[in-house]
Write a protein that binds this ligand. Structure first.
Ligand SMILES: [Zn+2]
Length: 115
């Protein structure tokens, strides 16, 4: 992945993380928490989301961002644009979903969407 694209995603993640951490809701809960505390204290959507963003930023640092965790192939750039925090390429994701559906009797996770 070229530097420019990586920078773009890094910026996107950092902006999003700041937004989540300093959103009104969080601030009202506790003004003096730092990021690490937040990570352990919040058990809501935001905390989960922040962790995903941190993972993604870590990958950017390790140069593994945009690489499928399963097959090691680059993730389609269109897919990354739609779901920047995805860890799987489209075909691996489809495979996972297929298996998940088999195991879960057709029910889907009600987590944070389809990352
Ligand atoms: Zn893959």
């Amino acid at each position: 992945m070229d530097c420019e694209v990586k920078m773009k995603y890094q910026e996107l993640f950092e902006t999003e993380m700041q937004r989540l951490i300093y959103s009104g809701e969080v601030l009202n809960q506790d003004l003096f928490l730092n990021e690490e505390d937040l990570r352990y204290r919040l058990r809501n959507r935001e905390a989960l989301f922040i962790n995903k963003i941190k993972d993604a930023l870590e990958k950017i640092r390790n140069n593994t961002f945009g690489i499928c965790e399963k097959c090691g192939e680059p993730i389609e750039s269109k897919r990354l644009e739609a779901r920047p925090m995805t860890k799987l390429c489209l075909s691996c994701k489809e495979e996972e979903e297929f298996k998940e559906n088999l195991h879960m009797d057709g029910r889907r996770h009600k987590s944070l969407g389809v990352y």
